[in-house]
Ligand binder design. Sequence first.
Ligand SMILES: NC(=O)c1ccc[n+]([C@@H]2O[C@H](COP(=O)([O-])OP(=O)(O)OC[C@H]3O[C@@H](n4cnc5c(N)ncnc54)[C@H](OP(=O)(O)O)[C@@H]3O)[C@@H](O)[C@H]2O)c1
Length: 263
Amino acid sequence: MPLPIDLSGRVALVTGVSNGLGTGVARMLAKAGAGVAGCGFSPGDSTGAKAFVASVEAAGRRALYRRTDVERPGDLEALVEAAVAEFGRLDILVSNAGRNVFTGAEHCAESDWQRNLDLNLASHWRLAKLCKPHLEAGGHGVVQIMTSNHAYATIPGCFPYNIAKTALTGLVRALAIEWGPKIRAVGIAPGFVETPGNDTWFASFPDPEAERQRTLGMHPAGKLGTCDDIGAWSAFLASDFAAFATGTTYVIDGGRLALLQDS
Ligand SMILES: NC(=O)c1ccc[n+]([C@@H]2O[C@H](COP(=O)([O-])OP(=O)(O)OC[C@H]3O[C@@H](n4cnc5c(N)ncnc54)[C@H](OP(=O)(O)O)[C@@H]3O)[C@@H](O)[C@H]2O)c1
């Protein structure tokens, strides 16, 4: 007996759809039946923006793309207004946009610290606040915040990114207890996902393929994640099947956190 995830009639707002994980989230939400409003830093005529619109429309759903800087509160307001004007409702927020700010605790400049807080922490809170009344109105409100396995364990040099990602797990708890039961709030903490950024990471090693195999060896699942793996989780967590899921963050990392370093 099939158990389909059915989000038909619902509308999602997803940030960071022009590249990486957001592409998979938008695609899988659309495949489950949701219309998708999305944003990225790139302009609307960029390859990434066009690919987002094409992937949602290929699933038979409506798409809206708006160039947005999530660090700017005014841009966030305009994004939510545009999404509601286009679709008339909002049921699912996937606050995903973010970038690595990797400097290290000793040499992190004040400007990097502040930028990381604005982009990787405050933007998620600000956007969730703007979406709240719309999410409540539809009766199926879900906020999903994209954090990281760096919220739980990290490596030298990933400061201050890991600080913001850890704080997001607290944001998820706060939204769940303050905005429930009308709105559920969950975090998604991906591990190593195949994205252009991680290709660049492998390419920075003298032997990229050897590094890739070494990384794969740290994954009990025997694979790295894909954007669609994360998108499928997002679709499930947005659905009524996940009605009992709120206030917590789900680590999706192929088992890497379960493995001790000396294994
Ligand atoms: N990849 C991984 O393995 C991994 C693991 C754990 C967590 N994550 C998290 O997943 C999220 C997405 O990461 P990713 O790897 O998919 O990164 P990515 O490939 O670099 O894509 C980031 C997306 O966010 C957008 N973006 C960045 N800064 C923005 C801003 N100021 N305003 C609006 N949009 C902005 C980008 O837009 P443009 O491309 O148009 O500039 C792009 O669409 C991040 O929160 C990241 O921390 C990723």
